[in-house]
Design a protein around this ligand. Structure first.
Ligand code: SAM
Length: 282
């Protein structure tokens, strides 16, 4: 072993294209005493492909706590462990945080071996101005909680990144369009680095049509990046909602929007959309 003993290496593996694995990831996977993998069968075939014979142990969402305890004992006894997930970077919508947390708390050295992730792969091809980005991961699967979660992000001045499963992609896109507005830009990353890789930029309304027009557009793995809320036209959630709510008590939606435009200087479109949402909730 050339590495210091008792180190936890958190190692990114490909999200599709095996050639994306880094030389450093391969070397580390070869040199550690043990590899903790989300799915040992899956990772076994990746290791076989690269001629790596390091022992594998399972660490997945159903045994994460107990497996992490066992792995921590090994780390404390001086063994080095490589942590990998099924695809991409461990801990990014994947297990790993419990083991890293325990290792840090125990004073074990934790080393990231960076590499592929659907998050950074998509962000690099959005063409959106570099600025704040919020990685949300998977939205709640049911519509009510999903829309409530999106409501908290509606006026955020940051690119929003979501992961989604193929069987929920249409419902997810519909919720994004409803809550964030159909005119916002979205970049759909489908099957990134794989044979049927697609990077498609459109509006949220356009994305719904694109998904509907071809069943192939709804297949595979998805990562979505939605452009930031507009800088000057996004009604401030607390003060603007309070004003609109008070106006809607006495006035029609149209009149409430006219008064709110004068009071805040904000654009008609954003206020109108917000007033409609608030008036439906009353
Ligand atoms: N740890 C991974 C990473 O770093 O990206 C993510 C793991 S998460 C359990 C799996 C989800 O990531 C998929 O359901 C999909 O939303 C997204 N994803 C993974 N690979 C992808 C790919 N090749 N193209 C598009 N999205 C992908």
């Amino acid at each position: 072993m050339s590495q210091p003993a008792g180190t936890l290496y958190v190692i990114a593996t490909p999200i599709g294209n095996r050639d994306d694995i880094s030389a450093r990831a391969l070397r580390t996977l070869r040199e550690v005493d043990l590899i903790a993998a989300e799915d040992t069968r899956n990772s076994g075939s990746l290791m076989a492909h690269f001629g790596i014979h390091t022992a594998l142990a399972a660490l997945h969402e159903h045994n994460e706590r107990s497996a992490s305890r066992g792995l921590l004992e090994k780390l404390e006894s001086g063994l080095s462990v490589g942590l990998i997930s099924d695809a991409g970077t461990p801990g990014i919508s994947d297990p790993g945080a419990l083991l890293v947390d325990a290792a840090l708390a125990a004073g074990v050295r934790v080393v990231p071996i960076p590499g592929p992730s659907a998050l950074t792969a998509l962000l690099s091809v959005t063409g959106f101005a570099a600025g704040p980005a919020l990685f949300y991961g998977f939205l709640p699967p049911k519509n009510g909680p999903r829309e409530r979660a999106l409501e908290t992000l509606r006026t955020l001045q940051a690119t929003l990144v979501f992961y989604e499963a193929p069987h929920r992609i249409e419902a997810c896109m519909a919720a994004l369009a409803r809550v964030l507005g159909g005119e916002r830009q979205v970049v759909i990353g489908r099957e990134l680095t794989k044979l049927f890789e697609t990077v498609h930029r459109t509006t949220l309304a356009g994305a719904l049509e694109w998904l509907a027009e071809d069943p192939n557009h709804r297949r595979g793995e998805f990562v979505l990046a939605v452009e930031s809320a507009p800088a000057d036209d996004s009604p401030d959630a607390s003060s603007c909602d309070r004003l609109l709510k008070a106006l809607l008590e006495k006035l029609s939606v149209g009149d409430a929007v006219r008064v709110a435009m004068e009071a805040t200087g904000l654009g008609r479109k954003a206020l109108y959309e917000r007033a409609l949402v608030l008036s439906e909730r009353r």
